[in-house]
Design a protein around this ligand. Sequence first.
Ligand SMILES: [Zn+2]
Length: 146
Amino acid sequence: MRVGRPVKAVPQPHCDYCGARAQLAQFGDAAYPYRDDHGAVWTCTPCGAWIGVRPRSKHNVPLGRLANAPLRDAKSRLHDMLEPLAEAKTRRDGISVFEARAKAIRWVAAELGFDPLPSSLHALTLDQCEQALRYVEVWKAHRHSG
Ligand SMILES: [Zn+2]
């Protein structure tokens, strides 16, 4: 356990599942969810939910909403499904893979009429992830058949 002054962080996100304030955990803290150092993470221990912070964020701005195991799983499936599209777009348009991933998420979200439009995969709810997975699956099937 690290001992020290509480980390000042703005904004402090809330856990979507229980409504409690998330706690910031660093590699080495008891609440830190990973075995390796993936940077600071906002966690809700009772819910088993967490989310990382934006790279180089001085204020530990969360990447999105806290995610429990089912949401983490859905996000990872959606990421895998969109990754070939993002990589193709990277080659075709000469943009970074990060930009291409963000564009892919915004494309699906716009097609499905999500409001507000998510800035990244990490902003999606479980329900939105599942809608997006179904949408991309159907879209890919049509594209390959036609
Ligand atoms: Zn919680």
